[in-house]
Design a protein around this ligand. Structure first.
Ligand SMILES: C[S@@+](CC[C@H](N)C(=O)[O-])C[C@H]1O[C@@H](n2cnc3c(N)ncnc32)[C@H](O)[C@@H]1O
Length: 178
């Protein structure tokens, strides 16, 4: 009996360590999980001018709200990359429930190891350090015409094509066109 109890706690603690560890790891790599408001997701996709059939990448997909809206409301083929277990799991469930699973590819993958050449649109909501680290990949791997949308944080030294900031209370979203 005491042995079973010990194993239960051991498994529970191990589980929590893995979940919290993956959160911390993602925070160190690029940004912790901070979900966007739905209206801001729509602002991002509208600013990018996402068209039916285009491929939209979300670097750090969180609970999948960008990839789901891109597929459902804009007719895109979405690809989300996520490295933390809990948001990945939530996104997986939400994608199944969205009824758009065939148009959404959710990958448990570090996006720094992903080639960006297939993307028409790349969405980011990442730390300034991550934007700096991503810059060479965005510069060399994206195809001509690719749009990069960044929530709040700019790509260092790049000139945005457009900035969406409707008023003082709303966060800036930056559009870069390659
Ligand atoms: C600020 S959140 C953005 C969430 C989502 N895009 C949204 O708009 O709601 C950043 C996400 O990136 C994930 N992340 C951080 N570094 C990553 C990496 N190298 N590869 C994949 N995902 C990463 C985090 O786990 C977190 O869920």
């Amino acid at each position: 009996m005491a042995g079973n109890f010990f194993i239960f706690w051991l498994v529970l603690i191990g589980f929590l360590v893995v979940i919290l560890g993956s959160f911390a790891f993602a925070g160190i790599l690029a940004a912790p999980w901070v979900p966007l408001w739905k209206k801001d997701v729509r602002r991002m996709l509208e600013l990018a001018g996402v068209k039916e059939g285009e491929t939209v990448f979300d670097l750090g997909a969180g609970d999948g709200r960008i990839v789901i809206m891109a597929a459902k409301e804009f007719g895109a083929k979405s690809v989300g990359f996520e490295i933390a277990f809990l948001p990945y799991f939530l996104a997986y469930i939400k994608i199944i429930l969205s009824g758009k699973k065939k148009n959404i590819n959710l990958r448990f993958k570090n996006f720094y190891h992903q080639d960006f050449s297939q993307a028409d649109v790349i969405c980011t909501f990442l730390s300034p350090q991550a934007m700096l680290k991503l810059k060479p990949k965005l510069q060399t791997e994206t195809k001509p015409g690719c749009r990069i949308i960044s929530y709040v944080f700019k790509i260092p030294d790049w000139q945005p094509t457009k900035i969406d900031k409707p008023n003082q209370n709303q966060a800036a979203i930056y559009l870069y066109q390659r």
